[in-house]
Design a protein around this ligand. Structure first.
Ligand SMILES: C[S@@+](CC[C@H](N)C(=O)[O-])C[C@H]1O[C@@H](n2cnc3c(N)ncnc32)[C@H](O)[C@@H]1O
Length: 221
């Protein structure tokens, strides 16, 4: 099997139903802390999978814009929301839209920046931590570039003690978060020790020793 830096790896995981990260409800961190995001704005949801978070954001008045490389996952997101998307081809990518939700079926590293940005906010859950270390810098650079200066991001990370070769979700330290989004101020909003919280409150399906953290990547200046 190829590694998580390749879309083929993710296509295979979706095809095999190896999607233990998927939640059948909106993410509890998002629901509890979405008020930090600029009201009514465009919220980028990179590597969105089939996440219910986009439908929740749309219902709550935001304009979610997902990016997902696996087409079946992106279409499933609309089916789950009982929406039939309109479809168009733009700059080599498929753009799906319905019910105030947009999703680009594309590799986040290939999508033309002008197709997406600028955005007022982004919501990253299981996206940064899905990428190996050598790609995370490039990914964070895209998020920095797409976000308006006054925009804000909400980021969920996982820190654990397993080596990178074990595959995603990868461990991301607080120092990496601060360095990745400088010069934006970064604020820790919440922390969950999955050793004690595994089960009802754990929003990552990781049974191993792990700390999940919610970060606010704040406006510039
Ligand atoms: C761990 S899942 C998380 C999905 C979603 N954020 C959630 O919370 O359910 C990572 C997702 O990113 C997608 N993905 C991986 N690499 C990608 C890339 N380079 N561009 C766009 N999507 C990608 C995968 O297909 C997968 O659906």
């Amino acid at each position: 099997m190829t590694g998580p830096e390749h879309p083929a790896y993710w296509r295979q995981r979706w095809a095999r139903g190896e999607t233990g990260w998927h939640l059948d409800e909106p993410n509890p961190w998002l629901v509890a802390h979405a008020s930090h995001l600029p009201g009514g704005g465009r919220v980028l949801v990179p590597l969105c999978g089939r996440s219910r978070d986009l439908a929740w954001l749309a219902r709550a008045g935001w304009h979610p814009v997902g990016i997902e490389v696996v087409e079946d996952a992106a279409r499933g997101l609309f089916r789950d929301a009982r929406l039939v998307p309109t479809e168009r081809q733009v700059s080599g990518a498929t753009h799906l839209e319905a019910g105030g939700i947009e999703v680009w079926v594309a590799d986040v590293f290939e999508l033309a920046p002008s197709a997406v940005g600028p955005v007022d906010a982004w919501w990253d859950r299981a996206a940064l931590v899905a990428l190996p270390a050598f790609l995370r810098g490039r990914y964070a650079e895209r998020l920095r570039r797409w976000l308006r200066p006054e925009g804000r991001g909400l980021l969920v990370t996982l820190e654990h003690d397993e080596p990178e070769r074990e595959g995603p979700p990868f461990s991301v330290s607080p120092d990496e978060v601060v360095a990745s989004f400088a010069p934006r101020p970064v604020r820790l909003l919440g922390e969950l020790d999955l050793r004690t919280a595994a089960g009802a409150n754990a929003t990552h399906p990781a049974p191993r020793r792990a700390v999940e953290r919610l970060w606010l990547i704040d406006a510039l200046g």
